[in-house]
Design a protein around this ligand. Sequence first.
Ligand SMILES: [Zn+2]
Length: 298
Amino acid sequence: MKQAIGVDIGGGSIRVSLFDETGNEQKSNHTKTPEHLDNDSFLALLKETIRPLTKECMGIGVGSPGPLNNETGVMLTSANMVGLKNLPIKSALENEFSLPVFYENDANCAALGEAIFGKFKAVESQLILTLGTGIGGGFVQKGVLYSGYLGNGIEIGHTTSVIGGAMCGCGVLGCVESYFSTKGFLNRYLEKTNQTLPHAEAFFGLVREGDKLAKEILEFGTKALAHAVRNAIHLLNPEAVVFVGGITKSYDLFGSLLESEIRSTIFSVLNDRLKMGIGGNISGTLGAASLVFAKEKQ
Ligand SMILES: [Zn+2]
């Protein structure tokens, strides 16, 4: 059976798994990455973490947070690892292991993994949204990921919801992720109450307790997200819209408003075939390995 390696770089660690083509994990390995590393020491760690899994595999897929250049396979900078700059991931791994290497941002990997192995894998095209610290997105049609040049396509989190609205991490006012994301919820709550919440669970805990302001922030954010999805549906006409990421744990608190706001505002003719819901909880490593399996199918 065909096997591929998926590498998930981020969150202070390198995770590597070997998968068969049905998505079953055969072996795995991981290494913690110190915050201060230069390019050479990071690449040495990366190679040593991958090496034990490289027998009998047909390629390596790598995912990491952006910004990156997916054409040259270079990680431009890293928010978590300050010493890294213009890291040539693709060429370093190809030279080391003589295997094809594919490199995309982690939101794109998550989208492709969801499309190939997730809950809605039978449909022709999917828009996948990662709801977490920010909002990531990906669009997959007939097994092919639309990534745009440099791999920056479908950055739906940085589409505008409120002209002149709240400041986003990208430096522009009013992006949808300023209203619906962990960062967005915590910042909007801080603005209204002067209280700093530690994480998304604390925010959703307040919503569950009936906190009026938290409920208002969630309701507005949900509508902002719904209209960003509506816009994307009218641009892309996907057969399924799939939500993944940490915030989907609280889907019971916003999912029905989100879905009804979307379904009541898109062209009604689209509603019969459109599927919508939470995805299949695909790991970052399987998402990255999907880059290899998807190339094989083309
Ligand atoms: Zn933004």
